[in-house]
Write a new protein. Sequence first.
Length: 130
Amino acid sequence: MSDRYETGMKVRREVLGDAHVDRAEAQKTEFDARFQDLITNGAWGTVWASDGISRRERSMLTLALLAAAGNFEEIPMHIRATARTGASRSDVIEVFQHVAIYCGVPRANHALKLAKQTYAEMDAGEGQSE
């Protein structure tokens, strides 16, 4: 394993939580192992590991990009991660307002709906180990 992979795994655990990463690792197969290595090295070991901007800012950017591109399936995971990145609920609302103006109200509206559902689960204690 490379240093970048090890850094990526450390950052991935810090942002997403051990339970989430443990589940993902347990579900990894030979079929998707190379893809998992790619995201661990590239996303977590390079982009998220950079100290060029704060994790709070990176979290906000990630949520905006996911919503803008319509990659809604990743939004709940990154909403849960805000508990570790420092992005507040107020930050998330600001993010989705920007998405509404610059990328479209329907995408922002759907992202906000997912965020509300995820925060409600978090408040109820569901998925706290995520």
